[in-house]
Write a protein that binds this ligand. Structure first.
Ligand SMILES: CC(C)(COP(=O)(O)OP(=O)(O)OC[C@H]1O[C@@H](n2cnc3c(N)ncnc32)[C@H](O)[C@@H]1OP(=O)(O)O)[C@@H](O)C(=O)NCCC(=O)NCCS
Length: 177
């Protein structure tokens, strides 16, 4: 299967925060943001896989700043790495207030999608070719994140998490030096 460049999956989605998206404090509701992030990430994963994809998991998401009514949310999504039938997508979320000219990073997250065929069977996806330094960094680190999420989901045995083992061994080694 032909490999694809990471940048081919780059996606930007913008949303204006309207009254129906907010809580009683006029702040964007977290669930609404997660919904938009899921859509942006799914578009990015589909661009890479050229297939229908389903969300397999969402890594921990924290909300750094409240996003206010009238702000513009920009979600940037790009595939970091493909495995066998799944891809990891990195999301960066920014909140912009156009009248005041401010723009802050609201949060970031990693979503995992699995490609499926018309019969809902999982199918192999193209591998990712990272080009920039950042893309190479996210690509290399993706193995550790994958092991962590599969361990937490009970889909991997601790003895199989070799990347995490080396990561923690290196941390411990640095701590004694
Ligand atoms: C995601 C799903 C297709 C995985 O199916 P499964 O039978 O568990 O498949 P497998 O164990 O063979 O795993 C298939 C891939 O999913 C990945 N996967 C499974 N669970 C995962 C999890 N919790 N986190 C990350 N990846 C996961 C596996 O690592 C594997 O990827 P790989 O082939 O690249 O190694 C299946 O659980 C599903 O359809 N879930 C519902 C999806 C959905 O409806 N999402 C919307 C939420 S409402």
């Amino acid at each position: 299967m032909k490999e694809k460049y990471a940048k081919e999956s780059f996606t930007i989605m913008n949303e204006l925060v309207l009254p129906n998206d907010t809580n009683t404090l006029n702040n964007l509701m977290g669930g609404r943001l997660l919904h938009w992030m899921d859509i942006a990430a799914a578009i990015s994963a589909q661009k890479h896989c050229n297939r229908i994809v389903v969300t397999a998991s969402v890594d921990n998401v924290s909300f750094r700043h409240p996003v206010k009514l009238g702000d513009v949310i920009s979600i940037e999504a790009q595939v970091t790495r493909a495995f066998n039938t799944s891809v990891e997508v990195r999301l960066m979320v920014y909140a912009q207030n156009i009248p005041s000219g401010t723009r802050v990073q609201s949060n970031q997250a990693y979503y995992t999608f699995v490609a499926i065929d018309q019969n809902a069977n999982t199918i192999t996806v193209p591998q990712v070719v990272p080009e920039s330094d950042d893309e190479k960094k996210y690509y290399n680190e993706a193995l550790q994140r994958r092991e962590l999420r599969l361990l937490l989901a009970g889909k991997m045995k601790p003895s199989e998490a070799t990347q995490l083992k080396s990561f923690f061994a290196e941390l411990a080694q640095n701590a004694v030096e």
